[in-house]
Design a protein around this ligand. Structure first.
Ligand SMILES: Nc1ncnc2c1ncn2[C@@H]1O[C@H](COP(=O)(O)OP(=O)(O)OP(=O)(O)O)[C@@H](O)[C@H]1O
Ligand SMILES: [Mg+2]
Length: 463
């Protein structure tokens, strides 16, 4: 099935047919050939096109008119002009008016095919690039997964086993447990590893745009669809399609997705033809999908479709033996291995880290380490460098409830002050006068607050 469409225009029917045949031999291309330029102008508005190749001299509507109309409809539409009267002037005019290239007639077919392939490729890359900008710009999980707990050993073993097969996989785990890391690691070890890893955050796409984001759309498929756009599933072809937060999929999409996953085939919105894809599907959920099925909030058939293989990542509170290794891993990552200023963690701080309940799991631990690195002035992280909520979490807290209004407010204010100062000092690279000016408080007050929170401006200066 074609993935791109070319409009070819020439009033000379023999020449038209010669060029059509050459272009139609390109893989997954369909060519609409038109010998009347006035009819062709109408097609510009109707068809979903990727390239226009047009003769220059034609009665009534000429090649430059075609160029103008094409570009007014789609400023990025590549238009190639062919002419039997090559002169430097017409070439220059055409290129200045925005033609993508210029061929003299009789057209050398090899040259035509080369130029067309190049322009189609550029257009495809540009549309993929737009897609990338929208979806792949998130902060990537980095590096390898570490862990020594029995729970993680099981995760590693399952990942290894599933990676070598090509079954779809469901990854379940609380927020921040490393679901995306598992998905990327499955991808890296799978047969599709040379293809792309395309994450789709199902919770972040509005329901009204979901179908077109996943499957793409043709030009004019709906109001605002002024360009053809490929969808994420097509983009993931030959690679891995990662449906993140799949539990957030609205019911209406679940049905459409199920069908496309079963057949590995879908239709762009507004298109007639179906497109086949070869993708590995990995889905992640931070809720128990089986329970959602029970409650009627998730389709049972889709659940079974996704859950051919399953990886369940235990919450961090159930594997505190991983904590020393994770802390070490994050210390190294956030400082670089060689020029390490902080080399470790004091024993009492490590105990507190191991005892904490980690509602945000590994991501929260990572943030705590990162923050502590900024706060600390010594070579090891100590209790003072850890956030209050981590240090002061005690079993009895939950039973007594929050303290008095004033105590809780003071606690919040302290935390706010410290974080604010650190943020401002970091922003101003340790220049206290500048930080005080921006904070709009007297410099003396700023110093007093720094003293209260035991902050040292040197730490924020660039060495
Ligand atoms: N076992 C691990 N080893 C090293 N880093 C880890 C590990 N688990 C998680 N991380 C790190 O913790 C952060 C969160 O991981 P990830 O984004 O994969 O979690 P998630 O389960 O997808 O979270 P969410 O449900 O919030 O999307 C990332 O920066 C990741 O690199
Ligand atoms: Mg995630």
């Amino acid at each position: 099935m074609p993935n791109a469409q070319i409009l070819l225009i020439d009033d000379d029917v023999t020449e038209l047919e010669r060029c059509r045949e050459a272009l139609a031999a390109l893989p997954r291309i369909s060519v609409v050939a038109e010998n009347s330029s006035s009819a062709a102008v109408k097609l510009l508005g109707l068809e979903s096109l990727d390239l226009v190749v047009t003769d220059l001299r034609m009665p009534l509507v000429d090649g430059l008119d075609i160029l103008r109309v094409a570009q007014s409809l789609d400023p990025e539409m590549p238009v190639v002009i062919m002419t039997g009267y090559p002169s430097v002037d017409t070439a220059v005019t055409a290129l200045k008016d925005g033609a993508a290239d210029y061929l003299s007639k009789p057209v050398n077919l090899d040259e035509l095919v080369t130029v067309a392939s190049r322009l189609l490729e550029t257009r495809r890359l540009r549309s993929e690039h737009r897609l990338l900008q929208r979806h792949l710009n998130q902060d990537y999980a980095f590096g390898e997964m570490v862990g020594v707990s029995p729970g993680m050993a099981e995760v590693f073993e399952t990942v290894r086993r599933l990676a070598s097969s090509d079954v779809d996989v469901l990854v379940i785990g609380e927020t921040g447990t490393g679901k995306e890391l598992v998905a990327r690691s499955l991808h890296r070890q799978s047969a599709n590893r040379s293809g792309r890893f395309v994450p789709v955050d199902c919770a972040a796409i509005p329901e009204s745009l979901m179908e077109s984001e996943l499957f793409g759309h043709e030009r004019g498929a709906f109001t605002g669809a002024d360009q053809k756009s490929i969808g994420l599933m097509e983009f993931a072809n030959q690679g891995t399609f990662f449906l993140d937060e799949v539990n957030a999929l609205p019911m209406s999409m679940q049905a459409k997705l199920l069908r496309s996953l079963e057949e590995r085939r879908f239709r762009r919105v507004g298109a007639n033809l179906e497109i086949d894809v070869d993708i590995r599907v990995i889905a992640a959920s931070n809720e128990d999908l089986a329970a959602l099925v029970e409650e009627g909030r998730f389709r049972e058939d889709l659940y079974y479709r996704l859950n051919v293989g399953m990886v369940e990542i235990p919450p961090l509170r159930d594997r505190d033996s991983d904590i020393p290794l994770l802390v070490e891993h994050f210390l190294e990552h956030h400082q670089g291995a060689s020029d390490r200023r902080v080399t470790g963690v004091s024993p009492d701080a490590l105990n507190v880290l191991k005892a904490y309940s980690w509602p945000g799991n590994v991501r929260q631990l990572q943030n705590v380490v990162r923050r502590a690195l900024v706060m600390t002035s010594g070579p090891v992280l100590t209790l003072e460098d850890l956030p209050d909520e981590v240090v002061s979490e005690r079993g009895d807290r939950a039973t007594t409830g929050p303290g008095s209004f004033f105590d809780v407010r003071a606690e919040h204010q302290d935390r706010f002050e410290k974080e604010y100062l650190v943020g401002m000092l970091r922003e101003c690279l340790g220049d206290v006068s500048e930080a005080a000016r921006r904070a709009e408080i007297p410099r003396g007050t700023f110093y007093r607050l720094m003293k209260k929170h035991d902050l040292n401006a040197d730490v924020f200066r660039l060495s």
